[in-house]
Structure formats: C-alpha cells, structure tokens
Design a protein. Structure first.
Length: 248
C-alpha cells in the first residue's frame, strides 16, 4: 500500500534502542521486539525481520557490556567525589514546615533529575524526540525510581553495604548436572556469564554457522545440554531457564 509510511532504518534503530532500554533482557526475544515495532509504527514488518533481529542483537550486546562496565566501576564511584555529589541541597532557614509541603518539594527535586520532559503538553525524550504521553509517563516513573535508588545509595556508608545484583547479573543456582558439567562444577553463575560462556565456547570450538553467524551448531557437549542441533544467541536464555533458578 503506497499510503503506508514505512520507517527509515535510522528511525527503526532509534525505536529498538529505546525499547531495549526498559526491556527485561532476561526474557526479550527478537519476535517480541518485532511485534513492539509493529505496534509502534502500525504496520507489519515481516520484510524487516532480519534487520530487526540483527540490530537487536548488536544493541543487546552493547547494553550488556554497559551494565557490566557500570558494575565494575561501582566500587570506584563510591570513593570518587564529583561536583554534583558534593553540591549540597539548597536549604532555606530552618522553620516549621508541613509534611505536605516537604513531600511536594521532594517530588519536585526528583522530577528535576529525569531526562524526559514536557513542553506545552507535549512529552519529549532526552534526544528531543516527541513521545506518546503514556510511554513518556512510564519512562518518567522509571527514571524517578532510579533517582531514588541513587539517592538512597548515597546515604550512609555505601562502601560497607553489600552490592546488590539483579536481572542479567544476579547470581543464580545451577540446578542441572549437565550445566554443572559444562561449567566445570560451578554451583552458581549469573545469567550474563552463562550466556557468555556458552557463546564463547561455540566460537572457541568453531561451531558458529558460517551461513548465519548468529547461530551455533551444537557438538556433543552442547547437544547434551540443550537437546537441539542448533540455536541462536537470542534463544540461549530460553534454553537456560530449566538449568538455573533464583537463590532463595
């Protein structure tokens, strides 16, 4: 249909990146991303299936690397003092204030930190692109939660607090003998490390499908683990589900 406006590659890449920022990397699939893009642009995208899958894979790897890098820097960040962290909160002369006014001021301070903003009733992303109000409000809520967590982390002696992990980096218990054997007896591992170990093993053993480099053709060891002849990067999470569980 000539009347249908198809998004450009750059527009599609921007929306995929935005979608993955708030997506659960534990469960996201290429099909789910494609469906989200179809809902966003109100058109079918079967003809862009391979493009979406390829770019989503690149973007997921980038996000995982970023998360890993931020966790490695957390210890150093607690010791470094930036101008922002050292800047005191502006306080007026002490006087009696109602609980209601204090709560309003705290809410205003949190809102000032978010990167999604509103002008004349229109919401804009941090890149200046107009957004739907529902999506923008969800993003603002997420940013405010993260802001509160950062502020809570700055109070008290954070160096002595145990570093919390979640999602892709949280330690999970290895419950299957086949995965324990593959990991040389490890009892626990993060989902990120498990995915990396399997993918790196495929590259080390030259098991990458040369016709489709997103796929690994299983050898005897990987077949005993997943019971499939081949798998791609996106499906590793799904295959790991029965081998890992959250620690109690």
């Amino acid at each position: 249909d000539e009347s249908v406006v198809h998004p450009s590659d750059s527009e599609l890449k921007a929306e995929i990146s935005s979608y993955l920022q708030d997506a659960d990397l534990d469960t996201v699939t290429s099909k789910g991303i494609r469906k989200a893009m179809e809902d966003k642009f109100k058109i079918k995208m079967k003809n862009r299936k391979e493009f979406i899958k390829d770019y989503s894979l690149i973007e997921m790897k980038r996000l995982i690397s970023e998360k890993e890098g931020k966790q490695d820097e957390n210890g150093d960040d607690n010791n470094d003092s930036s101008d922002e962290e050292d800047e005191p909160i502006v306080r007026r002369k002490p006087k009696k204030k109602s609980v209601k006014s204090t709560a309003k001021r705290a809410t205003a301070e949190r809102k000032a930190e978010v990167t999604t903003f509103q002008v004349n009733g229109v919401y804009y992303s941090r890149t200046g692109r107009p957004q739907r109000s529902s999506a923008a409000k969800r993003q603002i809520a997420t940013q405010m939660r993260k802001s509160r967590k950062r502020k809570n982390g700055e109070n008290g002696n954070t160096a002595e607090k145990k570093k919390k992990k979640s999602g892709f980096t949280k330690e999970l218990t290895v419950v299957s003998d086949s995965l324990k054997d593959f990991l040389n007896g490890r009892e626990s591992i993060s989902r990120m490390d498990a995915v990396r170990a399997i993918w790196e093993y495929g590259k080390l053993k030259n098991l990458i499908n040369q016709k489709d480099k997103r796929e690994v053709i299983t050898d005897e060891r990987l077949f005993n683990l997943f019971k499939v002849k081949k798998f791609n990067y996106f499906s590793i999470n799904k295959h790991l589900t029965k081998h890992l569980k959250h620690e109690d």
